[in-house]
Unconditional design. Structure first.
Length: 197
């Protein structure tokens, strides 16, 4: 109890300016707030059958290779667009330069993008060359030939019959009458053979 009394007396005996010094340590100014910096345009990958889209090293499906993929619904910062507007340049860490290109029809762009020049097309690892010896085997040289000469055909001879030629009747029987006669004799023979049975 004695210790408590001594502590209380020391507290009361403390000068008042120390209390003011203790209160002076409380900040009275405004505290700055931390805000994020705007990232610019945002590119959202649209849903598709595959669930992802390919990203390429440049704005072409022929001249540039595939460097990665983006998943449907993924959001990436947009950096620019090709001069024709068909390709969008996006931030893609992990590739040389940290940028890649995606086909504009497969994404939704939120914000505006500036036009950027595409990177130079990569040089092929091997240049196509033609072996002249091999190519010479397939060259066919056709020697010029003389065209055949035209020979006039002989005139066509057409037989002509005399207009007033009489029809020859030298007493011969006409063939049709002989055939009819033979048919009547055959029928008569057939009738006799049937009746004789």
């Amino acid at each position: 109890m004695l210790v408590f009394a001594i502590g209380f007396l020391l507290f009361l005996a403390r000068p008042s300016n120390s209390l003011a010094g203790w209160l002076a340590q409380i900040p009275t100014g405004s505290i700055p707030t931390v805000t994020g910096t705007p990232i610019g345009a945002l590119v959202v990958i649209l849903d598709n059958e595959q669930g992802f889209v390919n990203v390429r090293a440049g704005p072409s499906t022929v001249a540039y290779e595939i460097v990665g993929v983006l998943i449907s619904g993924q959001q990436v910062p947009g950096l620019g667009r090709s001069p024709g507007g068909d390709w969008i340049q996006v931030a893609y860490p992990g590739v040389p330069g940290g940028v890649a290109w995606v086909w504009a029809d497969l994404v939704e762009v939120r914000g505006s993008l500036r036009v950027v020049e595409p990177p130079p097309t990569p040089t092929p690892a091997m240049t196509a060359t033609i072996d002249p010896t091999l190519a010479a085997q397939f060259l066919v040289e056709v020697p010029p030939t003389r065209l055949p000469t035209f020979t006039e055909p002989p005139p066509i001879s057409q037989p002509t019959l005399p207009v007033d030629a009489p029809i020859a009747t030298s007493g011969r029987l006409p063939v049709g009458l002989i055939i009819i006669g033979l048919a009547v004799v055959g029928l008569f023979g057939t009738l006799v053979s049937l009746l004789s049975r």
